[in-house]
Structures are given as structure tokens and as C-alpha cells.
Design a protein around this ligand. Sequence first.
Ligand SMILES: Cc1cc2nc3c(=O)[nH]c(=O)nc-3n(C[C@H](O)[C@H](O)[C@H](O)COP(=O)(O)OP(=O)(O)OC[C@H]3O[C@@H](n4cnc5c(N)ncnc54)[C@H](O)[C@@H]3O)c2cc1C
Length: 382
Amino acid sequence: MDESLDREIVETVRRFVDREVIPVASELEHKDEYPHGLVAKMKELGLFGATIPQAYGGLGLSFLSYAHLMSELSRGWMSLAGVINSHLIMAYLISNYGTEEQKHRFLPAMATGEKRGGLALTEPHAGSDVQSIRTTAVRDGDYYLISGTKMFITNARYGTMLAVAAKTNPHAQPAYLGISMLAVEKNERGPTVSRQLKKLGYKGLDTCEVLFEELPVPAANLIGSREGEGFKQVMSALEVGRINVAARAVGVGQAAFDSAIRYAQQRTAFGKPIAQHQAVQLLLADMGTRLQAAKLLVDNAARKKDAGERCDVEAGMAKLFASEACAKMTLDAMRVLGGYGYMAEFPVERFYRDAPLMMIGEGTNEIQALVIARGLLARNPL
Ligand SMILES: Cc1cc2nc3c(=O)[nH]c(=O)nc-3n(C[C@H](O)[C@H](O)[C@H](O)COP(=O)(O)OP(=O)(O)OC[C@H]3O[C@@H](n4cnc5c(N)ncnc54)[C@H](O)[C@@H]3O)c2cc1C
């Protein structure tokens, strides 16, 4: 890990966001238009390889720098972080659990963004309750035949591959021992994007229902080559996903704070800038404090992940706190901007619509609370 290189990359992304993302984000978001131009620029910057090891052509960033990079992208437009995040969750699964052959086959093309991935875990009837997924992968000679429906899948339309959770043994007890992860490259036989879903926020990005109808996938694409390891693999990958979502919440919260503190010094009421009214100062103080606390929790979780330690509790705390803080901050920013905060010509209404996703995605905040409590109880036995 080269810390100065890491800092340089985060700085480059900050400039990219200021110059190229912020000027166009609201317009693209309101049109719900996929940001092909910005995605191409992110490819050029090497962001699709952000956490892929340098040995496989990636930037090999630390998770701490990756979190900062995600906050920067989200400060401009949270959807851009989504394009990268589920792709890198798939890359994480392959880098950490794939065979050497799989790493060589997939990672270099993923690092350049030539192959772009996603994670297909959630199903129409099951999100939090991962163990009850119904998608199956049935061995048939040198292939698995995958059948099932996945829901809310980011990057499903514009990505080229998905890490798919499927049951290779639907009768396993406990059920999680029957789950495996498979790297599925899209081809003319499938999977089919059966619906593009309309959303409150997080627009521009493809979030889809995806159908698998006995889709043959080479057995060589079973991540790690041993059946039944998928649940453990995906839970570890979700630690990265949760740090990422928390970092996104920091970015959106930062954008809301920046808008509010600037506006409060420009707008006057009753003969002085509204920043001089104590009620507005209380909002700014609360926003600034929550933002700083969220940043520290994200850094703490990312450092633990960088040290190779289990960090489900820390990632859960960061995600839970940062996303709730972000939701409050975006609403408070709207209060500071008054009527203009509610108008589409200011970006605060976009921040407000983007914020709730961070409370739901990568495991709801209620599930984070359960994970945190379980971890704390295990660490503090009588
Ligand atoms: C925009 C968007 C993009 C997404 N992208 C992806 C993606 O790329 N890939 C993917 O696989 N998934 C994706 N998801 C799915 C997301 O991870 C799930 O929506 C989330 O995990 C919650 O699952 P669910 O929607 O089925 O809700 P449910 O699991 O049905 O939960 C409903 C409610 O019940 C609560 N609940 C459930 N179980 C418990 C419990 N044991 N204790 C207390 N409360 C409980 C939940 O907290 C929630 O409040 C995306 C979702 C959204 C909205």
C-alpha cells in the first residue's frame, strides 16, 4: 500500500467531482439517465480497479482510501458510487475466495472496467433473510443450470457479469450451508433483465429484476470451486459493502452540509444573514457534529478491514450511524434553505431523496442493529 499514491488518487477524484460531476449531476438525475460519459471517465481514472490488487491490474487501494474515494464520488452524485461498489464487491469475492485461475481470468478485465460486475443476492421474497433464497444452481456435467429471480440488482443492465447467490444444495441444514456464489457472464442465453425498476432516488443507475431460466454457467465459475461456501463469502464481502454505503452517506451528508452552510451565510432575513440566527446555528452545529462522527466511524471500520480483521460490528455501526445522520442532515439542509431546499433547481432535494437508500441497501439498519448487538454480546460475556 502506497499512502501517497492513495492520497493522490482521492485528490484526483475530488477534482473530477468538482469539475465534471457536480455541474451535470442534477440534470442527469432528473432525467433518470444512465451517466455513460461519467462512467467512461471513471474507467479512465482506473476506479473500476480501485480495490483490485495491483498484481491483477488494479490500483490496490486500502479500504480507508476506497472509503474516502466513495465519499468524494457521493458528494457529487451518489449513483456513481453505486456503479463502482457492486462491481468491486464481485471483485472482492473473486480476489479473496476465487481460485488463481479465476483471478487471472476475471480480475484484469474487471480492473479496467472492460468487464463490469454486480451482486445478485436479493430475491423478490427475500432480502434480509438471505438463507431463504430460492434460486438454484444444479450441476449438469461441466455446467451449473441456474434458475430463479433476483430483485433490485444494481448494474444488471449495463454490467457484463454478476456474482449470483444460488442454492447448490436446497436441502442443506442449516440452510446457509447450501448457498454458493457463481460468477455469471451475460450472454445471449441470459440472464434476462425482466424489469428496470423506478426509484425515489439513486436515479440514472440500472436497478433491475433479473431472470435466470436454466442458464448454463461453467462449473469453473463456482467462486472458490467448493460448493456451500457462498454465505460465508458474501457476508465478508458485505462488510466492504457496508463500509462503502456508510462512506456514501458521509459524501451525501457532506454535500448537504456544504449547501446549508454556504446558503446560511448568503441568505438574509430580518436584516442579517440567517447564519446569525441561533435556530439556524443549532442546525449547522448538529449537522457538522454528526458528519464528523460519521467520518470517524467509517475510518474506524475501514482501518479494521485493512488490518484483515473481522469488522461486521464496526462496519454495521458506521453504516447505521452514517446513514441515519445523512437522512437527518439532508432534511436539516432543506430546512436551512427554506422553500429553495424543496425546489429541483437546488441539489438538496436530490440529497434528500438519495439518503434513504443508505438506510436500506447492503442490509437494513434494523439488521445492522442485530449484527452489532450480537457482536457486542459475544465480546462481553458474563
Ligand atoms: C436501490 C436498491 C439497490 C439495491 N441493489 C442491490 C443489489 O445490487 N444486489 C442485491 O442483491 N440487492 C440489492 N438491493 C437489495 C437490498 O439489499 C435489500 O432491499 C435489503 O437487504 C432489504 O431487503 P428487503 O428489501 O427484502 O426487505 P425485507 O428483508 O423484507 O425487510 C423488510 C423490513 O423488515 C425488517 N426485518 C427483516 N428481518 C428482520 C429481523 N430479523 N429483525 C428486525 N427487522 C427485520 C427490515 O429491517 C425491514 O424494515 C438493493 C435495494 C435497493 C433499494
